[in-house]
Design a protein around this ligand. Structure first.
Ligand code: 6PG
Length: 233
């Protein structure tokens, strides 16, 4: 069972996840001299990133990576790389070493092995931050997507795999993606899921029922208590 942490305001939730993030990155820095942190795009983590961007941390020894990316260039409005450069990789955190997922080419399925090789050097991550969509996707593990089952093997040696999602309001036009695999999530030191609102809580609660095959439910069941869910209405 995941640890479900419920907060009475978004401010207290952000303060708690910021403190946990700092503690885990500092512990890794103290132990190994480097910390590996994979982070989600989406709107929910923006206040966490604002707080972390100003944190006094040995950022030059922190390796930042993505949990997923749309197959778009870094100047695209929905690029997670662009989002991170605007939100997290500014201020003090600008010293972190960032490894993007987008590489040249038209086809993420053809490029996945190249990105996987770069991301293997970061796996296992000390900490992974996930968000969740209203359809129960996390990272780019979208329900019924092409590539989903390949990316959902708990003992997958691959760190990154390609996905072609079914087009929906959540995906927009950007159905071609790269994602961390369930194998990479399973190997990580700790995984946080940050969600807000009653609707997402209802999706999470329904997905964790053993009869649900939504990606978030499958991931939560695979991770057990190494997953901490941060929630506020
Ligand atoms: C992305 C994320 C994605 C996101 C959810 C939730 O790149 O969009 O990796 O999985 O976390 O869609 O997004 P919101 O936080 O905006 O609700």
């Amino acid at each position: 069972m995941a640890n479900f942490l419920s907060f009475d305001s978004r401010e207290t939730m952000v303060a708690a996840i910021t403190a946990d993030t700092r503690a885990r990155l500092e512990a890794a820095l103290g132990k190994r001299g480097e910390a590996r942190w994979a982070v989600s795009g989406g709107s929910t983590p923006a206040p966490l990133f604002a707080a972390m961007a100003d944190a006094d941390l040995g950022w030059h020894n922190v390796k930042v990576a993505l949990v997923d990316e749309r197959w778009v260039e870094a100047d695209h409005a929905r690029s997670n790389t662009a989002f991170l450069r605007r939100t997290l990789l500014t201020g003090k955190a600008a010293d972190a070493a960032f490894t993007p997922m987008k590489v040249p080419g038209d086809d993420p399925f053809a490029a996945a092995p190249i990105v996987d090789a770069a991301y293997k050097a970061l796996d296992p991550f000390d900490l992974v931050l996930l968000g969740m969509g209203p359809d129960g996707h996390i990272a780019s593990l979208f329900p019924s997507a092409e590539g989903l089952e390949a990316a959902m093997q708990p003992d997958d040696v691959a760190t990154v795999r390609a996905i072609r999602a079914n087009r929906s309001d959540v995906t927009g036009d950007e159905v071609l993606r790269l994602t961390l695999t369930l194998g990479a999530l399973t190997r990580a030191g700790a995984v946080q899921l940050m969600i807000t609102g009653d609707d997402k809580k209802a999706v999470y609660d329904a997905a964790t029922d053993p009869s649900s095959d939504l990606p978030i439910g499958r991931v939560a069941r695979a991770l057990g208590n190494r997953l901490s869910v941060y929630w506020a209405a």
